[in-house]
Design a protein around this ligand. Structure first.
Ligand code: NAP
Ligand code: ZN
Ligand code: ZN
Length: 348
């Protein structure tokens, strides 16, 4: 059995610390990946601290995984030893329900298997994530990576990338649309890059005045400081679509006020506490609040290929794994530019 080491936590209160465990042998359609880089998603922090009440310990976070194939089962066709492979938020599903058959495994009727803190469908063990040196996964849930892209900048595409690409595609964001992105963090900066790349008029809405220059560089046509009432008022009733990628509890009404009649605000951020909403802010313009979760395997590969073609990667700060707790704290202070990525060679 492949032996693994990484960083994990035994409970919601403790910082991440070194941990050792084993993974199962790769089966005929599975690959063993030696991890090179793993992105630090805010969901990792929510999960490590059990903020959604669904964590299982010991917990090794990490679902933005990029690595090199170290072994491949006899029936693997997509990869050979030495190839680069990438893994995101889900690593298995029932593979027979309608969503699974349509490549929407994230909506699996039986529940997809998450990359960490979930019951493995093969051997019943609890999945351990990518803050570690290796991973075993079926090739169906691993992706090929365009060779022109910087590997460290690719890792965050596996969650932050697909989670923003998918709703922007679903709500047909493109030329002629004014699109708002709320929150300039890991997800937000990818949403901004995609909205700009899809040809929309992209507007970054932020609480951090200091991020204005970065937002413009990342593709924003305009930047709104959400704490400035006059700026918010000037943009009232003008947006065709808004994507909310905020990690902390916040009022939705100020953003709903920005929507045109019949427009949609889609939530991808998952604060610890569910939001409430003043229904008057919906009925007065017949606007919608929607939600979106990562993306399926087909769309994730499509997103990676799109990024290869358009040379899109995340803006990353590469850190040694020993600094992961510090990275969590900086994430809470909105001090990320714009995704921490762990260089897994520092685990040695
Ligand atoms: P992140 O890098 O920490 O960015 C979050 C951003 O939210 C911050 O940079 C900040 O942007 C903004 N923010 C923080 N506190 C705020 C507040 N009180 N009011 C308004 N804005 C605030 O986090 P992330 O990794 O992008 O993740 C964002 C959220 O998406 C998390 O809750 C995560 O769990 C969730 N998520 C969901 C999915 C899904 O499938 N739906 C997938 C991945 C992650 P400014 O400084 O610009 O204001
Ligand atoms: Zn994530
Ligand atoms: Zn299914």
């Amino acid at each position: 059995m492949p032996s693994s080491k990484g960083y994990g936590t035994a409970n919601a209160q403790s910082p991440l610390a070194p941990i050792s465990f084993t993974r199962r042998e790769p089966g005929p359609t599975e690959i063993l990946i030696e991890i090179l880089y793993t992105g630090v998603c805010h969901s990792d922090l929510h999960m490590a601290r059990n903020e959604w009440g669904q964590s299982i310990y010991p917990l090794v976070p990490g679902h933005e995984i990029l690595g090199r194939v170290a072994a491949a089962g006899s029936k693997v066709t997509k990869f050979k030893v030495g190839d680069i492979a990438a893994v995101g938020v889900i690593v298995d599903s029932c593979r027979k329900c309608a969503p699974c058959n349509h490549g929407e495994e994230h909506f699996c009727k039986e529940g997809a298997t998450l990359t960490y803190a979930a019951k493995d469908r093969v051997d019943g063990s609890i999945t351990m994530g990518g803050y570690s040196n290796n991973y075993v996964v079926d090739e169906r849930f691993a992706h090929t990576v365009p060779s022109n892209l910087d590997p460290a900048g690719v890792a965050p595409l596996l969650c932050a990338g697909i989670t923003t690409y998918s709703p922007l595609r679903h709500w047909k964001v493109g030329p002629g649309m004014k699109v708002g992105i709320v929150g300039l963090g890991g997800l937000g900066h990818m949403a901004l890059k995609f909205a700009h790349s899809f040809g929309a008029h992209a507007v970054q809405i932020t609480t951090s005045l200091r991020k204005k220059e970065d937002a413009l560089r990342l593709g924003a046509d305009e930047v709104i400081l959400s704490t400035d009432e006059a700026q918010m008022k000037a943009h009232a009733d003008s947006f065709d679509f808004i994507l909310d990628a905020v990690s902390a509890p916040h009022a939705l009404e100020p953003y709903l006020a920005l929507l045109k009649q019949d427009a949609t605000m889609t939530l991808v951020g998952l604060p610890e506490k569910p939001p409430s909403v003043d229904v008057f802010s919906l009925i007065s313009k017949r606007v919608s609040i929607a939600g979106s979760m990562i993306g399926g395997m087909i769309e994730t590969q499509e997103m990676l290929d799109y990024c290869g073609k358009h040379n899109i990667t995340a803006d990353v700060e590469v850190i040694p794994i020993q600094k992961v707790n510090e990275a969590f704290e900086r994430m809470l202070k909105q001090d990320v530019k714009y995704r921490f990525v762990i260089d897994m060679s520092t685990l040695a």
